[in-house]
Write a protein that binds this ligand. Structure first.
Ligand SMILES: [Zn+2]
Length: 316
């Protein structure tokens, strides 16, 4: 069985060809950001055609949102200047095959459930901590997809009610506005202005605006006291977001992926577990590493076409 899996991200477009569940061909390119309305669909079609020697028997797409699953379009996305564009129908027509589309985090949690370490669980969550923060959830064995495919925007959970940090969405105190990769420099600057300790490299870089999520975590790893202070604060914020998820969905496990987490797992634990015990209503479930690392959404895309959940099949 030859299937194509597509991870359509804000910056990268990744395509994998799977033969009987095994990744045999893979390529990633920059996501097109200009051109006609079908430029992204055309890029996906030509990547699949060039990678697969024969016809694919289905295509799964894990996409940036928001989505309209009824029409198979991305609608008004803040993550690409094209804003709105079709995915499902032009690809299904060109390749003469079935195409299933889902939000990338929704697909990812289905991938954990069908193919990953979430097999055997009935209640699980997937959270990505990357440029942004998002999630996908399975409750009682059912994938939550919402009315049009855009449920549980967990990055916009309020984790700091008195925060002045404004989110890309316009709201204040949102998880993504404080702890996502793109927000970490601003959070570090705010904490640097309040810092009364020694002047360290991470502090200087935070004040001059050159710090990144990557350098912050790397300074913390070398013992920089200011960087450690920021990491501790971020662990508190991440635990607050996770505690809200636990209270909402009561999962048996939460899987975490996304580059900020994957590259700095050593500094997330045991901090988030300690804060979770203070914040969580229930005994906190295990916080586990995503099974497929930076290919989590790709395996999610495979899972939704390999074993399409009824919650997505109703839109086909
Ligand atoms: Zn927000």
């Amino acid at each position: 069985l030859r299937l194509a899996a597509v991870d359509l991200g804000a910056s990268r477009l990744r395509v994998g060809i799977f033969d009987d569940g095994r990744l045999v061909r893979y390529r990633e390119v920059e996501t097109p950001r200009s051109g006609g309305r079908e430029v992204i669909a055309e890029a996906i079609i030509s990547l699949i055609r060039s990678l697969a020697e024969s016809r694919v028997e289905g295509v799964g797409i894990a996409s940036i949102g928001p989505l309209d699953l009824e029409s198979g379009w991305v609608i008004n996305t803040p993550n690409n200047p094209l804003r709105s564009f079709p995915l499902r129908d032009p690809i299904a027509r060109a390749l003469d095959t079935e195409v299933v589309v889902a939000n990338d985090c929704v697909a990812s949690v289905w991938g954990e459930y069908i193919l990953g370490s979430g097999r055997g669980l009935t209640d699980l969550g997937y959270v990505t901590i990357s440029t942004g923060i998002g999630g996908g959830f399975i409750v009682g064995g059912r994938l939550l997809v919402g009315r049009r495919g855009n449920p549980h925007e967990v990055g916009h959970i309020v984790v700091e009610a008195s925060s002045e940090s404004r989110c890309g969405c316009g709201g204040l105190g949102h998880w993504e506005a404080i702890a996502s990769g793109s927000s970490i420099p601003r959070t570090a600057l705010r904490l640097a202005r309040e810092w009364r300790g020694p002047r360290t490299r991470a502090l200087e870089e935070s004040l001059e605006g050159s710090i990144t999520a990557k350098t912050l975590y790397s300074h913390a790893r070398s013992g920089d006291p200011f960087a450690l202070r920021v990491v501790d604060y971020l662990n508190r914020i991440n635990a607050a977001g996770l505690a809200s998820i636990i209270a909402s969905y009561d999962p048996e496990a939460i899987f975490i992926g996304g580059s900020v987490y994957i590259n700095n797992r050593d500094l997330f634990h045991p901090g988030i577990e300690e804060y979770l015990r203070q914040y969580s209503l229930f005994e906190p479930p295990p916080i586990r590493e995503a099974t497929f690392g930076d290919k989590e959404a790709l395996y999610g895309a495979l899972a939704i076409i390999l074993d399409t959940p009824p919650e997505l099949a109703r839109f086909l």
